[in-house]
Write a protein that binds this ligand. Structure first.
Ligand SMILES: Nc1ncnc2c1ncn2[C@@H]1O[C@H](COP(=O)(O)OP(=O)(O)OP(=O)(O)O)[C@@H](O)[C@H]1O
Ligand SMILES: [Mg+2]
Length: 326
């Protein structure tokens, strides 16, 4: 599944993920986690990756930085090209140069991504260790803390991670990810621990940087309303595969895949005080337990025997694609 044929060679394409399959080596063989995932991201564009828990969003986003799951992670197929460079052919030294400076990531679990023994201020300064800059580092740190709504600089910078709340750590991680003015920001559930006001503040900051600096963003979330508001294009992932991709506007108007349609019901209506999620019955199958043919068929009201075979990829107007027999 691909948002566009990746050999079209669009001039401003920053990232090309082509037929990417990641697996885990185990004693009983290789367990595939993602299956031929393809998408591209242009400069200054926000691409949303949406799907239920366990469908492979984080695995895919980590692979963009050249990181495979530990232990035993392995590249089974495909490649990731960033600024024309094949990520998996780069040396660890070259990858370390890219990470932080060109590609940076807001990790899904900020506490796990931080060193518990180092004060926040020192951790933020460490970002500059391998990346010399010509601006005032301390000023940049303080400006970004302000931007994410953390104005008590001294207390924050002197604190250890466990002394701060989950929401504060998430905001610190966001500020850290922007210290080196990356070209690509991968934001894996960046605002889950934040209340709606702070969430809007963070998203507005990301959108401003996208516009001012032409930063590209891969936004990963379960939250379709966040996607609707902030992305230019959307890829829907299910059980390790991309099942639909399209421009956000077209996607919202006319989702094609039954799974995408189910996700759309998760949009909260304006008059609702509480987010009402009309869930899709059943669960995402675990890796290694995918059925033959369409991976969604056991949850799909339209499924027939035809769905025992691999669904074809269908194209729509512009760049829309989906993978379904119907
Ligand atoms: N290190 C690992 N070893 C084995 N399996 C793994 C490993 N990391 C992830 N997986 C499996 O790969 C699948 C995809 O995981 P991933 O973390 O990418 O999901 P996700 O879409 O990001 O989910 P969430 O929305 O919960 O963050 C899951 O079934 C998960 O259990
Ligand atoms: Mg994840």
């Amino acid at each position: 599944m691909e948002a566009r044929k990746h050999n079209e060679g669009e001039a401003n394409s920053l990232l090309e993920v082509s037929d990417l399959s990641i697996g885990i080596n185990r004693s009983d063989g290789v367990l595939p986690l993602t299956d031929r995932v393809s998408f591209h991201l242009n400069q200054g564009e926000v691409l949303g990756l949406i799907g239920e828990s366990g469908c492979g969003k984080s695995i895919t986003s980590l692979a963009i930085m050249g990181m495979l799951p530990e232990p035993g992670g392995t590249l089974l197929n495909g490649k990731v090209q960033f600024m024309g460079q094949d990520i998996f052919s780069l040396s660890e030294a070259r990858l370390n140069q890219l990470r932080g400076q060109k590609i940076s990531m807001i990790f899904q679990e900020p506490f796990a991504a931080m060193n518990p023994l180092i004060r926040i201020g020192d951790q933020m300064l460490e970002v500059f260790e391998y990346h010399p800059v010509d601006f005032d580092k301390y000023q940049k740190i303080k400006d970004l803390l302000d931007e994410v709504g953390l104005t008590d600089h001294n207390r924050i910078l002197q604190s250890y991670p466990h002394e701060l709340s989950g929401g504060m750590l998430q905001r610190i991680m966001i500020a850290m990810s922007l210290l080196l003015d990356p070209d690509l920001l991968i934001a894996d559930e960046p605002t889950t621990a934040l209340d709606v006001t702070v969430q809007a503040q963070i998203m507005n900051l990301i959108v401003r940087l996208k516009k001012e600096r032409k930063m590209s963003v891969l936004l990963i979330s379960h939250n379709i309303s966040l996607m609707a508001q902030y992305t230019d294009r959307i890829c829907v992932m299910y059980a390790g595969q991309i099942v639909e991709s399209n421009h956000t506007e077209s996607f919202l108007k006319e989702p094609k895949h039954p799974y995408s349609k189910g996700l759309m019901h998760a949009i909260p209506t304006l008059d609702q005080q509480q987010r009402k999620i009309i869930s899709i019955p059943g669960q995402v199958p675990e890796p290694g337990k995918y059925q033959q043919g369409c991976r969604f068929k056991s949850r799909c009201i339209h499924a027939t025997d035809l769905c025992l075979t691999d669904p074809p990829e269908k194209t729509m107007a512009k760049e829309g694609r989906y993978r379904c027999h119907y």
